[in-house]
Design a protein around this ligand. Structure first.
Ligand code: NAP
Length: 266
Protein backbone atom coordinates (compact mmCIF):
# COMPACT_ATOMS: atom_id res chain seq x y z
CA UNK A 1 0.00 0.00 0.00
CA UNK A 2 1.18 3.50 -0.79
CA UNK A 3 0.36 6.39 1.45
CA UNK A 4 -1.39 8.98 -0.68
CA UNK A 5 -3.05 11.80 1.22
CA UNK A 6 -2.87 14.82 -1.05
CA UNK A 7 -3.64 15.05 -4.75
CA UNK A 8 -2.21 17.95 -6.75
CA UNK A 9 -3.90 19.24 -9.89
CA UNK A 10 -2.09 20.99 -12.72
CA UNK A 11 -5.00 22.55 -14.60
CA UNK A 12 -8.45 23.18 -13.20
CA UNK A 13 -10.67 22.93 -16.26
CA UNK A 14 -13.31 20.45 -17.33
CA UNK A 15 -11.32 17.33 -16.53
CA UNK A 16 -9.41 18.32 -13.41
CA UNK A 17 -12.32 20.08 -11.72
CA UNK A 18 -14.09 16.73 -11.89
CA UNK A 19 -11.19 14.64 -10.65
CA UNK A 20 -10.59 17.21 -7.91
CA UNK A 21 -14.20 16.85 -6.77
CA UNK A 22 -13.98 13.05 -6.81
CA UNK A 23 -10.72 13.28 -4.85
CA UNK A 24 -12.13 15.60 -2.18
CA UNK A 25 -15.22 13.38 -1.90
CA UNK A 26 -12.95 10.37 -1.44
CA UNK A 27 -11.25 12.08 1.52
CA UNK A 28 -8.04 13.31 -0.11
CA UNK A 29 -6.65 16.79 0.38
CA UNK A 30 -6.60 18.71 -2.88
CA UNK A 31 -4.09 21.28 -4.16
CA UNK A 32 -5.34 22.84 -7.37
CA UNK A 33 -3.66 25.22 -9.83
CA UNK A 34 -4.24 26.80 -13.21
CA UNK A 35 -2.69 29.38 -15.53
CA UNK A 36 -4.37 32.43 -13.96
CA UNK A 37 -3.32 31.86 -10.36
CA UNK A 38 -5.02 30.95 -7.06
CA UNK A 39 -7.31 34.01 -6.93
CA UNK A 40 -9.12 32.78 -10.02
CA UNK A 41 -9.86 29.44 -8.31
CA UNK A 42 -11.94 30.82 -5.47
CA UNK A 43 -15.25 29.43 -6.76
CA UNK A 44 -13.98 25.95 -7.39
CA UNK A 45 -12.22 25.79 -4.03
CA UNK A 46 -15.34 26.85 -2.19
CA UNK A 47 -17.29 24.22 -4.12
CA UNK A 48 -14.70 21.54 -3.27
CA UNK A 49 -14.86 22.32 0.44
CA UNK A 50 -12.34 22.53 3.28
CA UNK A 51 -10.03 19.81 1.97
CA UNK A 52 -9.14 21.92 -1.09
CA UNK A 53 -6.66 24.74 -1.48
CA UNK A 54 -5.78 26.86 -4.52
CA UNK A 55 -2.03 27.18 -5.04
CA UNK A 56 0.46 28.33 -7.67
CA UNK A 57 1.47 25.70 -10.18
CA UNK A 58 4.89 25.33 -8.49
CA UNK A 59 3.25 24.70 -5.10
CA UNK A 60 1.32 21.72 -6.44
CA UNK A 61 4.54 19.76 -5.91
CA UNK A 62 3.68 19.45 -2.20
CA UNK A 63 1.10 16.79 -3.16
CA UNK A 64 1.80 13.05 -3.07
CA UNK A 65 0.62 12.48 -6.63
CA UNK A 66 -0.27 14.88 -9.45
CA UNK A 67 -3.00 14.93 -12.08
CA UNK A 68 -2.01 16.81 -15.23
CA UNK A 69 -4.81 18.10 -17.43
CA UNK A 70 -3.86 21.07 -19.57
CA UNK A 71 -4.46 21.45 -23.33
CA UNK A 72 -1.81 19.38 -25.08
CA UNK A 73 -0.31 22.33 -26.95
CA UNK A 74 0.50 24.14 -23.67
CA UNK A 75 2.89 21.48 -22.38
CA UNK A 76 5.99 23.60 -23.09
CA UNK A 77 4.68 26.32 -20.75
CA UNK A 78 4.52 24.01 -17.74
CA UNK A 79 7.54 24.09 -15.39
CA UNK A 80 9.51 20.89 -15.07
CA UNK A 81 11.79 21.22 -12.04
CA UNK A 82 9.13 21.45 -9.30
CA UNK A 83 7.78 18.04 -10.28
CA UNK A 84 11.03 16.07 -10.24
CA UNK A 85 10.54 12.68 -8.60
CA UNK A 86 6.74 12.99 -8.58
CA UNK A 87 4.19 10.65 -10.10
CA UNK A 88 2.15 12.54 -12.70
CA UNK A 89 -1.07 11.14 -14.14
CA UNK A 90 -1.23 12.32 -17.74
CA UNK A 91 -4.89 12.71 -18.68
CA UNK A 92 -4.17 14.61 -21.88
CA UNK A 93 -5.02 13.71 -25.45
CA UNK A 94 -3.43 14.96 -28.63
CA UNK A 95 -5.85 16.42 -31.16
CA UNK A 96 -3.84 17.96 -34.02
CA UNK A 97 -6.91 19.94 -35.11
CA UNK A 98 -7.04 21.66 -31.73
CA UNK A 99 -3.43 21.45 -30.50
CA UNK A 100 -1.47 21.98 -33.74
CA UNK A 101 0.55 19.28 -35.48
CA UNK A 102 3.48 17.76 -33.58
CA UNK A 103 5.63 15.80 -36.02
CA UNK A 104 7.13 13.41 -33.43
CA UNK A 105 3.58 12.27 -32.68
CA UNK A 106 2.28 12.33 -36.25
CA UNK A 107 5.28 10.19 -37.32
CA UNK A 108 4.78 7.80 -34.39
CA UNK A 109 8.30 8.49 -33.08
CA UNK A 110 6.72 9.01 -29.66
CA UNK A 111 3.37 8.27 -28.11
CA UNK A 112 1.62 11.31 -26.66
CA UNK A 113 2.51 10.28 -23.10
CA UNK A 114 6.16 9.62 -24.04
CA UNK A 115 6.11 13.20 -25.30
CA UNK A 116 4.71 14.35 -21.93
CA UNK A 117 7.30 12.18 -20.12
CA UNK A 118 10.06 13.77 -22.22
CA UNK A 119 8.93 17.16 -20.91
CA UNK A 120 8.64 16.04 -17.26
CA UNK A 121 11.97 14.30 -17.61
CA UNK A 122 12.61 13.61 -13.91
CA UNK A 123 9.02 12.68 -13.03
CA UNK A 124 7.19 9.36 -13.33
CA UNK A 125 4.45 9.83 -15.91
CA UNK A 126 1.52 7.41 -15.94
CA UNK A 127 -1.09 7.71 -18.67
CA UNK A 128 -4.61 7.24 -17.28
CA UNK A 129 -8.01 8.87 -16.86
CA UNK A 130 -7.85 10.28 -20.39
CA UNK A 131 -10.45 8.15 -22.14
CA UNK A 132 -13.82 9.09 -20.63
CA UNK A 133 -15.68 12.26 -21.53
CA UNK A 134 -16.60 14.75 -18.82
CA UNK A 135 -20.08 13.40 -18.20
CA UNK A 136 -18.97 9.82 -18.06
CA UNK A 137 -16.24 10.67 -15.54
CA UNK A 138 -18.97 11.80 -13.14
CA UNK A 139 -21.42 9.11 -14.15
CA UNK A 140 -18.84 6.35 -13.86
CA UNK A 141 -17.97 7.37 -10.31
CA UNK A 142 -21.71 7.47 -9.42
CA UNK A 143 -22.17 4.07 -10.98
CA UNK A 144 -19.47 2.62 -8.75
CA UNK A 145 -21.28 3.95 -5.67
CA UNK A 146 -24.60 2.55 -6.84
CA UNK A 147 -23.55 -0.82 -8.20
CA UNK A 148 -20.05 -1.48 -6.93
CA UNK A 149 -19.04 -2.61 -10.42
CA UNK A 150 -16.46 0.00 -11.34
CA UNK A 151 -15.65 0.77 -14.93
CA UNK A 152 -12.22 -0.50 -15.90
CA UNK A 153 -9.90 2.22 -17.24
CA UNK A 154 -6.55 1.74 -18.99
CA UNK A 155 -3.23 2.80 -17.49
CA UNK A 156 0.29 2.73 -18.94
CA UNK A 157 3.63 3.78 -17.49
CA UNK A 158 7.27 2.87 -17.13
CA UNK A 159 7.54 2.80 -13.34
CA UNK A 160 5.82 0.07 -11.33
CA UNK A 161 5.73 2.02 -8.06
CA UNK A 162 4.10 4.96 -9.82
CA UNK A 163 1.54 2.62 -11.39
CA UNK A 164 0.77 1.20 -7.92
CA UNK A 165 0.10 4.70 -6.60
CA UNK A 166 -2.12 5.51 -9.57
CA UNK A 167 -4.01 2.23 -9.22
CA UNK A 168 -4.75 3.04 -5.59
CA UNK A 169 -5.88 6.58 -6.39
CA UNK A 170 -8.09 5.45 -9.27
CA UNK A 171 -9.73 2.84 -7.05
CA UNK A 172 -10.40 5.45 -4.36
CA UNK A 173 -12.25 7.72 -6.81
CA UNK A 174 -14.40 4.93 -8.19
CA UNK A 175 -12.73 3.17 -11.14
CA UNK A 176 -10.52 0.13 -11.69
CA UNK A 177 -7.13 0.74 -13.29
CA UNK A 178 -5.93 -1.94 -15.70
CA UNK A 179 -2.22 -2.06 -16.49
CA UNK A 180 -1.82 -1.90 -20.28
CA UNK A 181 1.96 -1.78 -20.41
CA UNK A 182 4.59 0.89 -20.97
CA UNK A 183 4.33 4.45 -22.25
CA UNK A 184 5.69 3.18 -25.58
CA UNK A 185 2.70 0.84 -25.79
CA UNK A 186 0.25 3.58 -24.90
CA UNK A 187 -0.59 4.21 -28.57
CA UNK A 188 -3.04 1.33 -28.00
CA UNK A 189 -5.09 3.46 -25.60
CA UNK A 190 -4.75 6.91 -27.17
CA UNK A 191 -7.55 9.04 -28.55
CA UNK A 192 -9.39 7.37 -31.41
CA UNK A 193 -8.49 3.79 -30.44
CA UNK A 194 -11.21 1.23 -29.57
CA UNK A 195 -10.89 1.89 -25.83
CA UNK A 196 -11.43 5.65 -26.20
CA UNK A 197 -14.72 7.25 -25.05
CA UNK A 198 -17.33 5.07 -26.68
CA UNK A 199 -17.05 1.88 -24.58
CA UNK A 200 -18.35 3.94 -21.64
CA UNK A 201 -21.36 5.21 -23.56
CA UNK A 202 -24.45 3.03 -23.47
CA UNK A 203 -26.80 2.31 -26.32
CA UNK A 204 -28.89 5.37 -27.06
CA UNK A 205 -32.63 4.59 -26.82
CA UNK A 206 -34.50 4.73 -30.14
CA UNK A 207 -36.62 7.71 -31.10
CA UNK A 208 -34.94 10.54 -29.16
CA UNK A 209 -34.50 13.95 -30.81
CA UNK A 210 -31.12 15.70 -30.53
CA UNK A 211 -31.95 17.51 -27.30
CA UNK A 212 -33.35 14.38 -25.66
CA UNK A 213 -30.32 12.45 -26.83
CA UNK A 214 -27.98 14.99 -25.21
CA UNK A 215 -29.94 14.85 -21.98
CA UNK A 216 -29.73 11.08 -22.02
CA UNK A 217 -26.01 11.21 -22.81
CA UNK A 218 -25.22 13.51 -19.89
CA UNK A 219 -26.78 11.08 -17.41
CA UNK A 220 -25.84 7.83 -19.07
CA UNK A 221 -24.04 5.20 -17.01
CA UNK A 222 -25.57 2.14 -18.59
CA UNK A 223 -22.46 0.63 -20.20
CA UNK A 224 -20.45 -2.16 -18.63
CA UNK A 225 -16.66 -2.09 -19.00
CA UNK A 226 -14.95 -4.92 -17.16
CA UNK A 227 -11.23 -5.60 -17.02
CA UNK A 228 -11.70 -8.35 -19.64
CA UNK A 229 -13.71 -6.02 -21.92
CA UNK A 230 -11.02 -3.42 -21.62
CA UNK A 231 -8.12 -5.76 -22.39
CA UNK A 232 -10.01 -7.05 -25.43
CA UNK A 233 -10.52 -3.49 -26.71
CA UNK A 234 -6.88 -2.58 -26.16
CA UNK A 235 -5.77 -5.61 -28.19
CA UNK A 236 -8.03 -4.47 -31.06
CA UNK A 237 -5.95 -1.29 -31.55
CA UNK A 238 -3.85 -1.22 -34.71
CA UNK A 239 -1.42 1.30 -36.11
CA UNK A 240 -3.73 1.77 -39.09
CA UNK A 241 -5.76 3.97 -36.76
CA UNK A 242 -4.68 7.59 -37.39
CA UNK A 243 -2.65 9.23 -34.60
CA UNK A 244 -4.55 11.55 -32.26
CA UNK A 245 -8.19 12.41 -31.81
CA UNK A 246 -10.36 12.61 -34.90
CA UNK A 247 -13.84 13.91 -34.29
CA UNK A 248 -15.08 12.69 -37.63
CA UNK A 249 -15.00 9.15 -36.25
CA UNK A 250 -17.54 9.91 -33.53
CA UNK A 251 -20.82 8.05 -33.82
CA UNK A 252 -23.83 10.24 -34.50
CA UNK A 253 -25.48 12.09 -32.75
CA UNK A 254 -22.46 13.02 -30.67
CA UNK A 255 -20.67 14.98 -33.38
CA UNK A 256 -22.28 18.30 -32.42
CA UNK A 257 -21.35 17.82 -28.80
CA UNK A 258 -17.78 16.90 -29.65
CA UNK A 259 -17.34 19.95 -31.87
CA UNK A 260 -18.72 22.05 -29.03
CA UNK A 261 -16.18 20.44 -26.69
CA UNK A 262 -13.34 20.86 -29.19
CA UNK A 263 -14.08 24.57 -29.25
CA UNK A 264 -13.44 24.64 -25.51
CA UNK A 265 -17.00 25.50 -24.56
CA UNK A 266 -18.02 22.78 -22.13
N1 NAP B 1 -12.84 17.33 -22.03
C1 NAP B 1 -12.85 16.00 -21.91
O1 NAP B 1 -13.88 15.32 -21.99
C2 NAP B 1 -11.54 15.29 -21.71
C3 NAP B 1 -11.54 14.02 -21.16
C4 NAP B 1 -10.33 13.39 -20.92
C5 NAP B 1 -9.15 14.04 -21.25
N2 NAP B 1 -9.17 15.27 -21.81
C6 NAP B 1 -7.88 15.96 -22.12
O2 NAP B 1 -7.47 16.68 -20.96
C7 NAP B 1 -6.79 17.89 -21.34
C8 NAP B 1 -7.46 19.08 -20.68
O3 NAP B 1 -8.81 19.11 -21.07
P1 NAP B 1 -9.89 20.01 -20.31
O4 NAP B 1 -11.17 19.70 -21.01
O5 NAP B 1 -9.80 19.86 -18.86
O6 NAP B 1 -9.37 21.48 -20.72
P2 NAP B 1 -9.89 22.89 -20.17
O7 NAP B 1 -11.26 22.79 -19.63
O8 NAP B 1 -9.62 23.85 -21.28
O9 NAP B 1 -8.91 23.22 -18.94
C9 NAP B 1 -7.56 23.41 -19.13
C10 NAP B 1 -6.92 23.85 -17.83
O10 NAP B 1 -5.52 23.97 -18.09
C11 NAP B 1 -5.07 25.19 -17.53
N3 NAP B 1 -3.89 25.67 -18.23
C12 NAP B 1 -3.77 25.99 -19.54
N4 NAP B 1 -2.53 26.42 -19.79
C13 NAP B 1 -1.86 26.38 -18.61
C14 NAP B 1 -0.56 26.74 -18.20
N5 NAP B 1 0.33 27.20 -19.10
N6 NAP B 1 -0.21 26.61 -16.89
C15 NAP B 1 -1.10 26.12 -15.99
N7 NAP B 1 -2.36 25.77 -16.31
C16 NAP B 1 -2.73 25.90 -17.61
C17 NAP B 1 -6.23 26.15 -17.69
O11 NAP B 1 -6.02 27.24 -16.81
P3 NAP B 1 -7.10 28.42 -16.64
O12 NAP B 1 -8.18 27.84 -15.76
O13 NAP B 1 -6.33 29.50 -15.97
O14 NAP B 1 -7.57 28.75 -18.02
C18 NAP B 1 -7.40 25.23 -17.34
O15 NAP B 1 -7.60 25.21 -15.96
C19 NAP B 1 -6.81 17.90 -22.88
O16 NAP B 1 -5.62 17.35 -23.38
C20 NAP B 1 -7.98 16.99 -23.23
O17 NAP B 1 -7.86 16.39 -24.50
C21 NAP B 1 -10.35 15.93 -22.02
Amino acid sequence: MTDIKTIGFIGAGGVNSRFARLSANAGFKVLISNSRGPESLRDIVSELGPRAKAVSIEQVNAADILVYSVPFGNLDKIPVKPFAGKTIIDTTNYYALRDGNISALDNRELTSSEYVQRHFKDSRVVKALHNMDLFHIDNGADRKKEQDKPWAVPMTGDNDDAKKQVTEFIKAIGFEAVDCGSLKESWKIEANTPVYLWPYVGKIPDGLDKEEAMYWYKQDKSATVTRQDLLRLVEQATQDIPVGGHVENAPKPWMDWILYWMNGSQ
